[in-house]
Ligand binder design. Structure first.
Ligand code: PEP
Length: 254
């Protein structure tokens, strides 16, 4: 049985006052959500404060990015050990915004994922096709290549530590969620690829869906056999909405 994981991706949003307002509302709302993992990926600037505010809860923090190097002359970058120092349990790598806006390649994502594991931080590895690629009938092929290449440096005995986020680029921040059926088809393909790469461990790796997830859509997505969680952007900035997503079991609409 794979434990559900709900991750907030705050992107370049929130300051310290907004963080405090968020946690003040959110923490009591999820106090009894003990059957899921709850992760908040805040901007680097808030990680220390976030760690203090979630201390004593089951909520865990995550970086939104990392540089694979240990230290050195990399102005503006953050090393895996620095995230560990901030108490991060997870870090997002290969988000489509980083792939498209900053030219990140599968090889670079693979280095980041491996470097995180060296510091006992679980990588959340994002993959997903563009609308153009989907319309050309290439969605599954693209996802498969991204999985194979982005996970190329993950040792088999650590495979279970990773989390995959399937995020079709056309669904991110657009209000256009993939139907549960489209998402399940991609997740099933990812699961097959993970099993081919990591054997039995592939069945235990969690795969989150991401792309305009809302309280109203989360239940049907989470009901699919290979969808084990959600990576949530916009809706995660609202403590009530993200708490409803965490309580996805009670969001059934019909
Ligand atoms: C994301 O940032 O990973 C994301 C899925 O954003 P949104 O939920 O806003 O589409």
């Amino acid at each position: 049985m794979r434990r559900p994981i709900l991750t907030a991706n705050w992107k370049m949003n929130m300051n310290s006052a907004e963080l405090t307002a968020f946690t003040g509302r959110f923490i009591p709302l999820v106090a009894n959500a003990d059957e899921v993992d709850i992760v908040i990926a805040s901007p680097f600037t808030l990680l220390d404060r976030l760690a203090q505010q979630i201390a004593g809860t089951t909520i865990q923090s995550a970086g939104q990015n990392v540089n694979p190097e240990e230290s050195g002359a990399f102005t503006g970058e953050i090393a895996p050990g620095m995230l560990a120092d901030m108490g991060c349990a997870y870090a997002i790598v290969g988000h489509s915004e980083r792939r498209t806006l900053y030219g990140e390649t599968d090889e670079w994502v693979a280095r980041k994922a491996a470097a995180l594991l060296d510091h006992r931080i679980r990588p959340i590895v994002c993959v997903g096709e563009t609308l153009e690629q989907r319309d050309a009938g290439r969605a599954l092929e693209i996802i498969e290549t991204q999985i194979r290449e982005s996970l190329a440096r993950i040792p088999r005995d650590q495979a279970e530590q990773i989390v995959i986020a399937y995020e079709p680029v056309w669904a991110i921040g657009t209000g256009r969620t993939a139907t549960p059926e489209i998402a399940q088809q991609a997740h099933e393909q990812i699961r097959k690829r993970l099993s081919a790469q990591f054997g039995e461990a592939g069945n235990r790796i969690r795969i989150q869906y991401g792309g305009s997830v809302k309280p109203e859509t989360v239940y049907d997505l989470m009901s699919q056999p290979d969808i084990d969680g959600a990576l949530v952007g916009g809706a995660s900035l609202d403590p009530e909405a993200f708490a409803r997503i965490v309580h996805f079991q009670s969001q059934r609409t019909q």
